[in-house]
Design a protein around this ligand. Structure first.
Ligand code: ZN
Length: 94
């Protein structure tokens, strides 16, 4: 996943194609979306900007947004993320 995000950050985004790379529909530019970043058992919700396809849902992160996601991971790793909003339950063995 991180490799793909890096490619999107370098090659596409706000100055990239105006059509969806998957289905060809026109992209909605600069929408604010939420991304989940996981570090071990911790998860952070991060607001980022992306070009979003209204048809298939493809999301192309705008330039600089990958940096925000990596920053969030560092913040969690260093224990500086503040108060938790909820819990993460492990139901994989149920
Ligand atoms: Zn699409």
């Amino acid at each position: 996943m991180s490799v793909r995000l890096a490619e999107i950050d370098a090659g596409l985004g706000a100055s990239g194609p105006s059509a969806c790379v998957r289905c060809g529909a026109g992209l909605e530019r600069g929408r604010q979306i939420e991304r989940l970043v996981r570090e071990g058992n911790d998860v952070a919700i991060v607001a980022v900007r992306a070009d979003v396809c209204p048809l298939c849902g493809e999301q192309l992160l705008n330039p600089g947004m990958v940096g925000l996601l990596l920053e969030a991971r560092d913040t969690m790793r260093q224990g500086r993320a503040g108060w938790a909003l909820g819990c993460v339950y492990d139901l994989r063995r149920h």
